[in-house]
Write a protein that binds this ligand. Structure first.
Ligand SMILES: [Zn+2]
Length: 319
């Protein structure tokens, strides 16, 4: 089975809402176990949870053995909880699942860096660098790069956040796949599936599986965002199981394009979808992989910077 066939098979499976799981070293495979069977763990290869089925059911997946059991703090506790120790305590489990992965303490949190193979048949691997704030009030921001014989390059804009191009691998509220303070292996698994989707997009020119659109003022899928980002042969974001081209695109096209663009621009304070990009300091650092020197988390993570009062304006938005 060649790379295209295997990638295509997984992409078709994602379109059909089949579960995928992530093996050690970040290798993504379709989960062939039935939805009612528990996924077994082996000594050398801990199998990850079936991600799509968990997302589809809207349930938080069961924790794996050895996972952090830190409870999610209540709002009243949020100001005094420091997540950093819990993250740093996962270093061994993370390195077992993603060899070479490391956790680096920072004044305002922890940097997580890891390499993921994604697929044994791909001629490249993915590098993830994730800023994990110590406060539960600010969600992590992570960035993904391809590493190949030709060097290290940013994976790209699709399903990344405004304006910093950080990975949008899941929806914190809608599918609840991961929450701050959670198992970092699960977080890396979600990133690995996101990277596999990017490889599929690049090779087959189609984002595979369910996808979300940035919400508009009313909380509905933003039509301008969809017209710019989605391709006609991809699943629509409304949850209909139909392709965008034959589902919501005709309605999006019927709207006044300049008006919906103006609304989008206003909400994003002039930031443009095509301008998303990681902080240059991070790109420069990752180009030196594996001998990287990362910037301070508060300099790379715009929301954290805003939270700390280091910058007055932030036009970040969810993908
Ligand atoms: Zn639709």
């Amino acid at each position: 089975m060649d790379e295209r066939t295997e990638l295509q098979r997984i992409g078709d499976g994602l379109d059909d809402h089949c579960a995928v799981r992530v093996k050690n070293r970040g290798i993504v495979v379709l989960d062939d176990t039935s939805p009612n069977e528990s996924v077994q763990e082996t000594e050398n290869e801990q199998q990850r949870k079936p991600q799509r089925s968990a997302a589809r059911q809207g349930k938080r997946p069961a924790r794996r053995k050895g996972a952090s059991r830190r409870p999610r703090p209540s709002r009243a506790q949020a100001r005094i909880v420091d997540l950093s120790d819990g993250y740093l305590g996962q270093e061994k489990q993370v390195a077992d699942a993603y060899p070479g992965a490391s956790l680096t303490p920072d004044r305002h949190g922890v940097w997580l860096t890891a390499e993921s193979e994604i697929s044994t048949e791909l001629d490249r691997s993915a590098l993830f660098v994730i800023a994990l704030p110590s406060t539960v009030q600010i969600e992590p921001r992570g960035w993904a790069f391809w590493k190949s014989d030709s060097g290290v390059t940013w994976i790209g804009r699709r399903h990344t956040n405004m304006v910093d191009g950080s990975v949008c691998a899941f929806h914190m509220k809608l599918d609840g796949a991961w929450q701050p303070g959670g198992d970092l292996r699960t977080l890396l698994d979600l990133y690995s599936v996101w990277a596999l989707r990017h490889a599929h997009l690049e090779i087959f020119e189609r984002w595979p599986g369910r996808q979300y659109a940035m919400p508009d003022e009313a909380g509905r899928c933003d039509p301008y965002y969809r017209l710019i980002e989605f391709r006609e042969n991809e699943l629509c974001s409304c949850g209909s199981d139909r392709r965008y081209g034959s589902c919501c695109r005709p309605r999006d096209l019927s709207l006044d394009f300049l008006a919906i663009k103006a609304q989008f621009d206003r909400r994003c304070r002039g930031a443009r979808l095509l301008d998303r990009a990681p902080p240059s300091s991070l790109v420069s650092a990752m180009e030196q992989w594996p001998a990287i020197t990362l910037p301070q988390i508060s300099k790379a993570h715009l929301l954290l910077k805003h939270h700390l009062g280091l910058k007055q304006d932030s036009s970040n938005g969810s993908c």
